[in-house]
Design a protein around this ligand. Structure first.
Ligand SMILES: [Ca+2]
Length: 283
């Protein structure tokens, strides 16, 4: 009689233990976590408490954004205003091109090709508002700045999760490996985005925390003051060690909430009690 009772007990306890619950999400256990760093005034070293949450293993893909658009007829800001920021090799550092033809189906402009064969890549060229609209439809939400960082750190302290470092970042992340952006970088097989999950995960099983695309989060910083600013984390395929270097767990990027960039996307958190076991796969 003791064995079945024990298993029932374990089964009841599992949702609260941090044990991954399905193929799309990782469960972050209830508890206190250390985030921030002494070197970064806007993200100071501190303890944060969470009641526990699920977070997607992968960035939201073109496939899933296409399902949203098909179901709702939604038009992104880039489509409505005919303006998105795109990249091509040859640009000076931190220079992007405004392209009236770019939107999520042609994330670097029509002349640079579409996403037909990239449905498992992260969706990009979406503005913060577009990400929020997707979330409302999918009954999910963006992680907060703090939730993203807890999940990214995976129990580690400092700028990288356990195993990752500035030296081996290329094992874990789709980044830019050249010193500048004057010529193409295909050294890791991908100049722009990569299929989600192409690189090693962090210790909790989250992929592309660093690189591939910056990920929108909810939250504000003191420097926002009265301005409307969106924040995104983790760095992107564009980020190199020489410039940007935002592929770490403490940097917090800021962007105009109406701007659409081809290196900016998101991952999601299920809304409490709604979709932790959703059939809506995030890969
Ligand atoms: Ca990412």
């Amino acid at each position: 009689m003791k064995t079945p009772l024990l298993w029932i007990f374990v089964w009841i306890l599992l949702p609260f233990t941090g044990f991954p619950q399905n193929e799309n999400y990782v469960y972050v256990s209830k508890g206190e976590y250390t985030i921030g760093t002494k070197q970064y005034l806007e993200n100071p070293l501190r303890q944060i408490r969470t009641d526990g949450l699920y977070i997607a293993k992968y960035e939201v893909t073109n496939k899933h954004f296409a399902q949203f658009v098909e179901a709702t007829g939604y038009k992104t800001l880039a489509e409505r205003f005919h303006n998105a920021q795109v990249f091509e090799p040859g640009l000076e550092e931190f220079r992007w091109l405004s392209d009236s033809t770019a939107y999520w189906r042609f994330p670097n402009g029509i002349s640079r090709g579409g996403i037909e064969n990239k449905m498992d890549h992260p969706v990009t060229c979406i503005a913060y508002q577009d990400a929020v609209a997707y979330c409302q439809w999918a009954k999910v939400r963006l992680p907060t700045l703090e939730e993203w960082e807890i999940a990214a750190k995976a129990g580690s302290q400092g700028k990288y999760f356990e195993g990752a470092s500035l030296e081996n970042i290329g094992d874990y992340a789709n980044i830019w490996h050249k010193r500048d952006h004057l010529s193409a970088d295909m050294s890791d097989s991908y100049m722009y985005t990569a299929p989600v999950g192409s690189f090693l995960p962090n210790p909790w099983g989250l992929y592309d925390i660093f690189g591939n695309v910056f990920e929108f989060c909810e939250g504000t910083l003191p420097r926002d003051k009265e301005r409307k600013v969106a924040h995104a984390r983790g760095g992107s395929w564009w980020c190199s060690k020489n410039s940007c270097a935002a592929f770490n767990t403490v940097f917090i990027g800021s962007v105009n909430p109406n701007a659409s960039f081809s290196n900016l996307g998101f991952r999601v958190v299920p809304i409490e009690n709604s979709s932790a076991t959703s059939s809506h796969a995030y890969r």
